[in-house]
Design a protein around this ligand. Structure first.
Ligand code: ADP
Ligand code: ADP
Ligand code: ZN
Length: 214
């Protein structure tokens, strides 16, 4: 079954993704992680994405949709996948819907993690990310056991360029303008489980797992 993990930047999507994927035996597809991999490898796509990401803007719909469509055709996605950070605009949702219909696939549920904007600013500016494996931490709420080191792969954890205060504001504006309307588009079409993401990481995790398994 396909699942969409939806919510504003900093809601905790990346933090919760591994537990959902493990519970459902589906792969994690994060469009943000895909772009960061291209950025790190210095590909043409990475260069293009960087110009949007560092301004807090969205990468153009067609570019994102082509990447997701090609990822979804890989064999490990045959029984479903977790889409994290996609769709982020109504046109992306429409393109996904068309692709799913054409490929006899479907999305069984949406998990919407809801968190107030003032909390998001504190979460994003304190976030630290392992650029090697994508794991995220928080300097106060969820620090790695050894300061500055990822406990999953031992690489260095750093602050993403787009987690600077100015870019965070731009990303939250982009979310309100372009991404929040996607929820209203999804609601009549798919089961949406809205979870209060302001609670502790473990609490949010168990609420998500009972929503999808219940
Ligand atoms: P997203 O993928 O939705 O942008 P992340 O999972 O990267 O969000 O989380 C953003 C930041 O908030 C990270 O620093 C993470 O450690 C922290 N965080 C995630 N969930 C919680 C929570 N329930 N309570 C406190 N901090 C959290
Ligand atoms: P966050 O975890 O904070 O929500 P992501 O890692 O998902 O951020 O995304 C980082 C950036 O990558 C976004 O601000 C945007 O520029 C770009 N991006 C990721 N997913 C999409 C998408 N579906 N459509 C357009 N741009 C995207
Ligand atoms: Zn790591």
């Amino acid at each position: 079954m396909g699942v969409i993990l939806f919510g504003p930047p900093g809601a905790g999507k990346g933090t919760q993704a591994a537990a959902i994927c493990e519970a459902m035996s589906i792969p994690h597809i994060s469009t943000g992680d895909i772009f960061r991999k291209h950025l790190k490898e210095g590909t043409e796509l990475g260069q293009l994405a960087k110009s949007y990401i560092n301004k807090g803007q969205l990468v153009p719909d067609q570019v994102v949709c082509d990447i997701v469509a090609s990822r979804l055709t890989e064999p490990d996605c045959a029984a479903g996948s977790l889409l994290d950070g996609f769709p982020r605009t109504v046109p992306q949702a429409e393109m996904l819907n068309t692709w799913l219909t054409q490929n006899q696939r479907s999305v069984g549920a949406v998990i919407n993690i809801q968190v107030d904007f003032d909390i998001l600013v504190a979460r994003l500016s304190g976030r630290r990310t392992c650029l090697a494996c994508g794991a995220t931490y928080h300097i106060d709420n969820n620090p790695p056991p050894i300061a500055g080191r990822c406990d999953k792969c031992e690489s260095e954890v750093v602050q993403r360029d787009d987690d600077s205060v100015e870019t965070v504001r731009a990303r939250l504006d982009t979310y309100a303008k372009d991404t929040a309307p996607v929820l209203a588009w999804l609601e009549p079409r798919t089961v949406v489980h809205t979870i209060d993401g302001s609670q502790a990481i473990q609490t949010v995790r168990s609420k998500i797992l009972s929503a999808i398994q219940g």
